[in-house]
Design a protein around this ligand. Structure first.
Ligand code: FMN
Length: 336
């Protein structure tokens, strides 16, 4: 018997629980076709950044002021039409439109912002172009020594509320793991309108170039061991929040997808493994998931989901702090 891979995420019907996470790969139409063809349940486009949108607004304002300040009449003939000016965000909307037109699976654009600015209106435009849902990637690094944890959390909630108020499509919120009380925060994000929580953003750490003595951006692809962090938190959140759960970080194989589902994720998202091995690797992940389920005689992913969450696992204490001492004592040089 073949296990049923179909699932729902954000209220959308997905043919499999493996989703291509936001990355340069999903910014390319050929790769999107390959991902869909290889069995991806949905795709998340690269983020449209608040900075991109604001930069566009500044450029347009500059152009406009240059025109009105000097020879306005002459310029008015070639000043770009504000609506169709083809800059970053416009190209993004075109890409979303093209993806929607040619793919039969859900397409989820991503917005990245940290302030409750004018960029939120882009959520409406994404919806108008046909977004099946929107993923809001909140990547906020608090540097104000006078802003306490509550202030920072409130910024997250304000952002979610602002985007939620702007659109009717389902909203996923991608967060980092660094909250003092993650479960409480997850609950408040759900109340603010997050239909799904995406666990977790990887915070890219800059490096130092010792020759040039400069700080350099240095994106490293993930390693499978990074899956353990979202696994633990998905296990704890499953059944405790009403949002769906997506696991991202360290999903490199069909077996990793099985683990994510076992702890209660609705979907598992893949980026690094696809960037490393190409879009067709999606087929390997989906086939391995199918094989595992068939060999272990599961009828569907629904049957498996959450059976090893904290609420249901036979030994849930392995996920929580009280087991810390035993874990440290279990170290052997062999398993490091
Ligand atoms: C090169 C690169 C670009 C990425 N760009 C985005 C992005 O624009 N928006 C976003 O939400 N996540 C972005 N991510 C994060 C991925 O979507 C994913 O959440 C993260 O890499 C963890 O998953 P992985 O272990 O499968 O790589 C990017 C990751 C990589 C490696």
């Amino acid at each position: 018997m073949t296990a049923d891979l179909r699932t729902t995420y954000l209220g959308l019907a997905l043919k499999s629980p493996v989703v291509a996470s936001s990355s340069p790969l999903t910014g390319d139409l050929d790769s999107l076709w390959a991902l869909a063809d290889a069995g991806a349940g949905a795709v998340v486009l690269p983020s449209m950044f608040e900075e991109q949108i604001e930069q566009e607004a500044i450029e347009l304002q500059r152009l406009y002021e240059a025109g009105t300040g000097s020879f306005a009449e002459a310029l008015s003939g070639y000043l770009p039409d504000m609506q169709s000016y083809n800059t970053g965000p416009e190209k993004y909307l075109d890409h979303l439109g093209a993806a929607k037109e040619s793919l039969a699976i859900p397409v989820i654009p991503s917005l990245n912002g940290t302030t409750r600015g004018g960029w939120v209106k882009y959520a409406k435009r994404l919806e108008a172009v046909g977004a099946d849902a929107i993923e809001l990637n909140i990547y906020l690094l608090p540097t104000d020594p006078y802003a306490d944890g509550r202030d920072v959390e409130q910024r997250y909630l304000d952002l979610v509320e602002a985007v939620r108020a702007a659109v009717d499509v389902p909203l996923a919120v991608k967060i980092g793991p660094y909250f003092s009380a993650l479960i409480s925060m997850a609950r408040r994000l759900a109340e603010a309108g997050a239909d799904a929580l995406v666990l977790f953003n990887r915070f890219y750490q800059p490096d130092i170039d010792l020759e040039a003595l400069t700080v350099v951006p240095n994106i490293k692809l993930s390693a499978p061991v990074e899956l353990r962090l979202p696994l633990r938190w998905a296990a704890m959140l499953h059944g405790q929040v009403r949002s769906d759960l997506a696991v991202t970080s360290g999903v490199h194989s069909g077996e990793d997808v099985v683990k994510a589902l076992l702890v209660g994720a609705d979907v598992a998202m893949v980026a690094s493994a696809l960037l490393r091995n190409g879009a067709r690797f999606m087929a390997t992940v989906v086939e391995d998931l199918q094989r595992w389920l068939d060999e272990h005689e599961y009828e569907s992913v629904d049957q498996l989901r959450g059976s090893m969450s904290v609420a249901k696992a036979p030994n849930p204490e392995q996920f929580v702090r009280s087991n810390y001492m035993t874990v440290l004592r279990s170290y052997t040089a062999k398993n490091s």
